[in-house]
Design a protein around this ligand. Sequence first.
Ligand SMILES: [Zn+2]
Length: 261
Amino acid sequence: MIFDTHCHLQFKGFKDEYGDVLKRCQEKDVALNIVGTQKDTSRAAVEMAEKSSNVYATIGLHPVHLFPTHIDEEESSFLSREEDFDEKFYRDLAQSSKVVGIGECGLDFYHLPEGIDKKVVFAKQKSVFLKQLKLAEELKKTLVIHVRDAHKEMIELLEENTQPNSLQAVVHCYTGNWSDAKEYLDLGFYIGFTGVITFPAKKLNPQPTLDILEVVEKTPLEKIVIETDAPYLAPQAYRGQKCEPWMFLTTNNAQKLFHLG
Ligand SMILES: [Zn+2]
């Protein structure tokens, strides 16, 4: 069995396909952690986990859902729905034995809502993240951290609010450099890599890719987990398609070369 530590099979894009996608994952012996981003996607993740073996759920509130924000990414474009952290809701949901993590939560200074003072946004993101961090510690669940353009602030928050190794955590979809990664490793955290590590370096700006590959090389193997972040970030061999969790098994071009499917 191989474990996709972070995917979003409950997202709308999989609505009519979930059964088929799940079947393909099961055929290839891929276990799943379906990660929530707000109330409805967290609830759906738990429902899916409870119905199938080898499917688990993580529940929490993503920082882009604290204010209405227009998200325009390569794979999708949507207006995020505003939500406040309803601790009781998540606490109740965490009663399910299939809930393994809290998140994804964290700081995102890249997607900022228009017309709201940055300071207000940052303060809100920090307080909502800390509530989830405390809940994860208390319930002894793994914290699934999202951090974008906010590494320094994240490390400060973690250093002020945790003891090294007091918290089981993963920094998901890691795309930073080695010196930043080292700071998470020093806290005892795991690093999650997505299909991004299979993307070729950009000709005009190869450094970010070289940085990520340096992190892959230097991170101790026992601290690495893999994930797809499906439906996003299909590995290079499937680039342009909607990502499904099993795709990380077949990023080897030999399989395409010999039509091994
Ligand atoms: Zn995600």
